[in-house]
Design a binder for this molecule. Structure first.
Ligand code: ZN
Length: 241
């Protein structure tokens, strides 16, 4: 059984970078990020810098300290150009959480257990308060697959799902179809990924979507294309939805 995660007090660290949520959609999406900066203080400074025009609702340090930057009712600026299940303005319907991690540019590393526990402690009560379905608990790379890699393949989505947060593919079944790339693309889009825009070369777009899918749901296959494990995870996840 997973240990009970207790949320340490939130530290208020207000950012001016937010606005009103647009449209009538409820807050039904959670988007996880890594900060991708050398350290926590640089990340907090950037997320509070008006000229940077970026923010998140929460930042979780590697020691488990949780900072609140933006009130949950306000629209924080974390997803940018994004898409999931037909929607483009994910900032208006999501809560954004940044995990302190140097990211692929500055020495990507695992997310410490204490940081994961703080995340679980923060998100658990949030899910009881809000109607956020498991299929809308996502990484930045899921909603911006050709632009973003975070929180990346070292983030333990499986452990998160074991704590009741997010989707994880069912056990693999013998009856999985062997997908060709067109079928795989159709399944990726059914799960929620953005269909390749006409201006993008289809093969490159497809490769990007498979990589985004692998970072979240089958990290051991990252970069291996549509291998057996990716095929199975794709079929398994499509059955979850
Ligand atoms: Zn991000």
């Amino acid at each position: 059984m997973a240990p009970v995660a207790i949320l340490p007090p939130l530290i208020a660290h207000p950012s001016p970078n937010h606005g009103p949520r647009r449209g009538a959609a409820p807050i039904d999406t959670l988007i996880l990020h890594y900060t991708g900066m050398r350290n926590r203080d640089e990340a907090l400074a950037r997320l509070c810098d008006p000229s940077a025009e970026v923010s998140a609702h929460y930042v979780i340090d590697e020691d488990g300290t949780v900072f609140q930057l933006v009130d949950e009712e306000r629209r924080a600026w974390h997803a940018g150009l994004s898409f999931w299940q037909g929607e483009r303005d994910l900032n208006s319907r999501s809560i954004g959480i940044e995990l302190v991690n140097p990211g692929h540019e500055h020495g990507y590393r695992r997310f410490p257990p204490v940081q994961m526990q703080a995340l679980i402690a923060l998100v658990g009560p949030m899910l009881r308060r809000r109607a956020i379905p498991p299929s809308r608990i996502l990484g930045h790379s899921d909603v911006a697959p050709w632009r973003k890699q975070d929180p990346g393949e070292l983030f333990d989505w499986q452990a998160l799902a074991a704590s009741g947060i997010g989707l994880w593919p069912q056990e693999t079944h013998e009856d999985n179809a062997v997908l060709d790339s067109q079928q795989a693309l159709a399944l990726l889009c059914r799960i929620g990924y953005e269909p390749p825009p006409p201006a993008m070369e289809l093969e490159a777009a497809y490769r990007g979507l498979v990589l985004a899918f692998q970072r979240h749901w089958v990290p051991s296959s990252l970069g291996r294309g549509l291998d057996a494990a990716t095929n199975a995870a794709l079929c398994g996840l499509a059955r979850c939805g």
